[in-house]
Design a binder for this molecule. Structure first.
Ligand code: FES
Length: 152
């Protein structure tokens, strides 16, 4: 990555970290989970309004570094409207990107989130970048509040 590109990427991450999108608990949320980064103690909560298999609404809250906040912010934008399977696929691509595996394919899939490619050079930050994604996965699987019970 050229220095110029590196700066641009950093700008996007800083911008999302300062003004994270969907930084809230949607009133309609029916799935949620708390995530924890054992390396630093930072936490992240993800809230989803699942309609059938689809992520209709999503938000997050928590404390964390710029990378974790920006990653969570961009993740919420990216997975809103996606199905469980599509979100899982995006997580796999994102994981590949930040661990430097199959980077080119991942960049193509992830669009704006390709800004996190630089993280692969800093293994300790991988957990920062993936904290929200792991929490999303947990929230999708959360069945404590499955919504209206079936009457059948
Ligand atoms: Fe805690 Fe990044 S340093 S999430």
């Amino acid at each position: 990555m050229s220095t110029e590109l590196g700066e641009l990427y950093q700008e996007v991450i800083l911008e999302h970290s300062k003004a994270p999108r969907n930084f809230r608990r949607p009133a309609s949320a029916n799935h949620e989970a708390d995530g924890y980064n054992p390396l630093c103690g930072d936490r992240c909560s993800v809230y989803i309004d699942m309609e059938g298999d689809a992520i209709k609404e999503i938000g997050f809250q928590g404390s964390g570094c710029a990378i974790s906040r920006a990653s969570a912010s961009m993740m919420t934008q990216m997975v809103k409207g996606k199905t469980k399977a599509e979100a899982a696929e995006l997580f796999e691509q994102f994981h590949n990107l930040v661990t430097g595996k199959d980077e080119a394919a991942a960049q193509e899939e992830l669009g704006k989130m390709a800004v996190f490619a630089g993280v692969s050079k800093f293994p300790a930050r991988v957990k920062c970048a993936t904290l929200a994604w792991h929490t999303l996965q947990k929230a999708i699987e959360d069945d404590k509040k499955p919504g209206p019970a079936s009457t059948e």
